[in-house]
Ligand binder design. Structure first.
Ligand code: GLN
Length: 288
């Protein structure tokens, strides 16, 4: 009879390389046995109960159908924090982590900032910022009530009491968001339908399309609305930071330039144009 690891690998190797299968195995063992990852190198059948072996097999079967591991296990890591995820929210990406890290390094962590996270999804950006800036107040909005439930569960998980969650369609209802903000941040939908063929099947098949896709003929829709909103809701020395489509860097920057912001494109770890950082004129260098 095959042992659990061999069964796991043989079920998953149609979609993943041997290396990836090994990593998926270890992450699954860690989650199911509730062990830290580094304790999961030499786990074999003698360390697993019958139930754990069954659970590992069912994880492998779902992986074999293309489902991302994070949805199967129900959580993902973001900035060293664990976030509950489900099919109503995107799985947090490494790049998004860089954006949060940048904000954390560029603003005084003790001050009481007013932070707005547009399209919060799992809440990974808003909740992490709420933890990084404990004296600040975060407003996290999303168009999906299921996503907001997930984000709320993550705020509760991390004891982040300084986040307000608001159900809001930003494009059609941003007038309901009152007040000014020192930090406006967003990872809005930005993928054009024609880019589908550049994306992994598991993203297309499992992640929420409302969080991923924008109309082919208006891919900068969200950035236009964010920049316009910032014109009247960003404090004089505030900052906007948004994640962007790497193929539309110059055009996205132009949206902010045309509204008279001082702004800059920033690259991610993979050397792709991935963020726009924008401030009111004359406050750019003060802030950096
Ligand atoms: N970067 C994500 C992806 O490649 C998309 C995130 C988004 O649309 N905001 O799937």
């Amino acid at each position: 009879m095959q042992n659990s690891k061999t069964t796991f690998l043989s079920l998953t190797d149609n979609l993943y390389s041997t290396n990836e299968c090994g990593i998926l195995w270890r992450r699954s063992v860690a989650a199911i046995c509730n062990l830290p990852l580094e304790k999961c190198y030499f786990i074999d059948d003698s360390d697993l109960s019958g139930e754990q072996k069954e659970q590992l097999k069912s994880v492998a079967e779902r992986l074999a159908c293309g489902e991302p591991l994070e949805y199967i296990l129900g959580f993902a890591e973001f900035c060293s924090l664990r976030f509950n995820v489900n099919k109503s929210v995107l799985i947090p990406r490494l790049e998004t982590q860089e954006m949060v890290d940048f904000i954390g390094r560029n603003r005084d962590r003790e001050k009481a900032w007013r932070i707005l996270d547009i399209g919060t999804g799992s809440g990974c950006i808003g909740v992490t910022l709420a933890k990084l800036f404990p004296n600040s107040k975060v407003t996290a909005i999303d168009i999906s009530s299921d996503a907001l439930e997930c984000a709320k569960s993550n705020a509760a998980l991390h004891g982040a009491c300084n986040v307000d969650f608001i159900l809001c369609d930003f494009i059609n209802g941003s007038d309901t968001i009152k007040g000014c903000f020192d930090i406006i941040v967003s990872n809005p939908p930005y993928v054009r339908p024609t880019e589908r063929n550049t994306m992994p099947k598991r993203v297309i098949d499992f992640e929420p399309h409302t969080a991923l896709f924008v109309p082919e003929n208006d891919p900068l829709l969200f950035y236009r609305h964010i920049a316009m909103f910032a014109k009247s809701h960003l404090t004089a020395d505030g900052m906007v930071m948004v994640e962007i489509n790497q193929y539309l860097g110059t055009q996205t920057l132009e949206v902010f330039k045309s509204l008279d912001f001082d702004c800059e494109l920033k690259k991610d770890t993979f050397f792709e144009n991935r963020f726009v950082y924008a401030c009111n004129k004359n406050f750019y260098f003060v802030n950096l």
